[in-house]
Design a protein around this ligand. Structure first.
Ligand code: ZN
Length: 301
């Protein structure tokens, strides 16, 4: 009897662990690495977080696999960015929301604080994590959702969130100071796609992207020549590539400028829509922001 009980237990354990109401962990499935990180920080030891998108993955183009659907299906809570960042997954979230807690972390941010999309005027820019203070709001949404779902651990969620929010507030101050070290005329950030709008607004840089706010539309010839002319006319010395966007288009701009007698160098690689590899400093939200700011400040100074 004992043996069969053990076999039965381990069989259950392999496929389905205890529910959080019975002392198991709250199961959370997230989309981007930034959200995965926030859920782990706030949830601490009470949660098990599964992130769908790993390093270098472009969320605009991401399509959920059968395995992903299962991970979403098994979760107690689903967190996603929203504002159409995960453009190919909208229908899935709508369906999941019928049966379980499915929350866009951007939901609690006042619409007046959002940028409108540069391509389609009706759409908002989804890249909210580039303004650390907006990401603090997203973190609060994670906290409030966890408390509502699992009130038994409310105090822990509150204190975990408070500690993380304090780190984010310090990060915000740090970014502000670093950008101020760049001479004002050089505070121009040119990247492959238009992800850094919130960053520019929050930290006072002019931002230009070669593609619109989604990578779903490829940069056209006119985008390339417009950007080339801007760089040549304003003597901008460095542009940046992104880990989740192919560098083909930005190379075309550099080549075009060269033909007009203006040398542009690659200022470095920035993490835009995906974080670095897990286990590296850039594999956390805070580490990713630090890497970006350091890269930008060093290249433009
Ligand atoms: Zn993007």
């Amino acid at each position: 009897m004992l043996i069969s009980a053990i076999v039965l237990l381990s069989a259950c354990g392999a496929s389905k662990s205890l529910s959080y109401q019975d002392g198991g962990k709250l199961r959370i499935t997230t989309t981007t690495g930034m959200i995965t990180d926030a859920a782990r920080e706030v949830g601490g030891t009470h949660v098990e977080v599964t992130g769908l998108m790993s390093a270098g993955v472009d969320p605009h183009l991401y399509k959920a696999s059968q395995g992903d659907i299962r991970k979403l299906d098994e979760a107690d809570i689903i967190f996603y960015n929203g504002l159409h960042l995960e453009g190919k997954m909208n229908e899935i979230f709508e369906n999941m929301a019928k049966t379980k807690t499915t929350v866009a972390v951007s939901d609690s941010i006042e619409r007046s604080a959002l940028r409108s999309g540069s391509l389609m005027k009706t759409e908002y820019d989804p890249h909210i994590w580039f303004d650390v203070q907006l990401w603090m709001k997203a973190t609060e949404t994670v906290r409030d959702t966890l408390i509502k779902q699992d009130p038994a651990h409310a105090e822990d969620y509150k204190s975990n969130a408070a500690a993380y929010l304090k780190q984010l507030e310090q990060l915000h101050q740090e970014v502000t100071k670093q950008i101020l070290t760049i001479p004002e005329a050089s505070r121009v950030l040119v990247t492959a796609h238009d992800a850094f709008g919130y960053f520019g607004d929050a930290y006072h840089l002019k931002v230009m992207g070669l593609q619109g706010i989604s990578t779903a539309s490829e940069a056209g010839t006119k985008d390339v020549t417009d950007l080339r002319d801007f760089l040549v006319n304003n003597k901008i010395k460095a542009v940046f590539i992104e880990s989740s966007v192919p560098r083909k288009a930005i190379d075309a701009v550099i080549q075009g400028a060269k033909e007009k007698g203006h040398e542009i160098k690659i200022g470095g690689e920035l993490f835009s829509d995906a974080m670095g590899k897990e286990g590296t400093p850039e594999g956390t939200y805070i580490g990713m922001v630090r890497h970006n700011v350091k890269t930008i400040a060093e290249a433009l100074k």
